[in-house]
Design a protein around this ligand. Structure first.
Ligand code: FMN
Length: 208
């Protein structure tokens, strides 16, 4: 496939589709064919109770009109920020396609059933380590981390590892979603879909 430079392999930004979900799916499918290990990696930006922003990578694990889903430890730094302020932003950058997608919305907590289902499909060591790691908390050493992992491995030996109650999914709603396609000499293409009260999207082209 092409590297995507130039408008040829992109959408017609002057006549964009009306549905940002199918457009996302199209771009994401193209990203998944890239020779890159985590095309579903996205930056998640949160704002804490003091108004301080922070950002980190998480993996996209599901996308629909309901939003973009990821999984994490709800006691983590990001989890605490999201409990205080549900507004969040996501960012994908696929350099080989010269594309960027920005999503802004509010997080909702995925249901226990959904989180259980996803957790059950993880490799057993990942499930054990979800118990072993107090994500974002200090830990004295690598040895201490491994001691905790071994302790949890022993605890769950011959047991179907249950989901920790503090581990689960979040979904960022698609209130604003922008598609960016790089082009020559910085004359890039941008369109932004903004959701109105009725749930319909207004589509606007932006200057690069
Ligand atoms: C490629 C990549 C994928 C990651 N995926 C996740 C993920 O899906 N969920 C997660 O909690 N952390 C993931 N992380 C780790 C986070 O970036 C971060 O270090 C961790 O969640 C703690 O962040 P916090 O202290 O801001 O809560 C990933 C890191 C990288 C580099």
């Amino acid at each position: 496939m092409s590297t995507g430079h130039g408008p040829t392999h992109s959408i017609d930004f002057d006549h964009p589709p009306t549905d940002p979900v199918s457009l996302f799916e199209q771009w994401f499918a193209e990203a998944q064919r890239l020779p890159t290990p985590n095309p579903n990696a996205m930056t998640l930006a949160t704002v804490d109770a003091d108004g301080a922003p922070s950002a980190r990578i998480v993996l996209l694990r599901g996308f629909s009109i309901e939003g973009a889903r990821f999984f994490t430890n709800r006691h983590s730094r990001k989890g605490r920020a999201l409990a205080a302020n549900t507004r969040a932003a996501l960012l994908f950058h696929w350099d080989l396609l010269d594309r960027q997608i920005r999503i802004e919305g509010r997080v909702s907590v995925a249901s226990d059933t959904e989180s259980d289902e996803y957790f059950a499909h993880r490799p057993v060591d990942s499930r054990v380590n979800a118990w072993a790691s107090d994500q974002s908390e200090p830990v004295a050493s690598r040895a201490e981390l491994e001691r905790r992992a071994a302790e949890m491995t022993a605890r769950f030996e011959n047991v179907d590892v249950p989901r920790p109650p503090h581990w689960g999914g979040y979904r960022v709603s698609l209130d604003r979603i922008e598609f960016w396609q790089g082009d020559k000499y910085r004359l890039h293409d941008r369109i932004v879909f903004t959701r109105s009260e009725g749930g319909l999207y207004e589509v606007v082209r932006l200057c690069p």
